[in-house]
Ligand binder design. Sequence first.
Ligand SMILES: *Cc1c(COP(=O)(O)O)cnc(C)c1O
Length: 236
Amino acid sequence: MADDDARRALLAANLDTVHGRIADACRVAGRDPQEVGLVVVTKFFPESDVRLLAGLGVTDVGENRHQEASAKAAACADLGLSWHFIGSIQSNKAAAIAAYADVVESVDRVKLVNALDRGAREHGRTVDCLVQVSLDPPTASARGGAAAGDVAAVAEAVAGASALRLRGVMAVAPLGEPPLPAFERLAEVAARLRLEHPDATVVSAGMSGDLEEAIRCGATHVRVGSAVLGPRPPIK
Ligand SMILES: *Cc1c(COP(=O)(O)O)cnc(C)c1O
């Protein structure tokens, strides 16, 4: 199909550009590009795009809404992708998310941990978890994430759950503030967490607009949506 070929060519070109940005940012930071994993955020885009991405070598995809994620993960089960759940989690959806997510990046309160663990156990799975850290000033409207002072408790709960594996932290840069100081705060939180949990080495930070700053501050994973897939349709 000509349409499919054109879409594949566009995604391939965008992926090249993003890999180039990651490589440049690593060079500037004196880091090895192999240290930085790419999660392509496919939210709002169809299964057909996920298939094209898998064909182009993408191994990790991110989704932020349970219903959409669950349907897409089931439809694309044959692709062997790693599914990252990156959206805010309602407590009553946590167990269901653990049924298909390979990595839950948005664990931001102790209350979610039992349900995630139960969901993972019921499906005979082990689920990697990141503690989402809020980088917002305390006065700002919350974009999700545990306050820095609550991270240790959430991490402890994950570490104590038999079907969950504590892998590190995730954050979204605050709105209306330069990302660099925020990502520096995240690096401090991540370093503190590693003192207690040496295997919690993942720092998921950086999106289409700020992946360079995140890599400069030690991100091990960047979550990139629009720079690969193009602009998302507006949320209704
Ligand atoms: C949508 C989303 C992304 C990707 O954002 P882009 O700016 O499109 O790259 C990354 N992380 C989270 C948590 C998201 O919700």
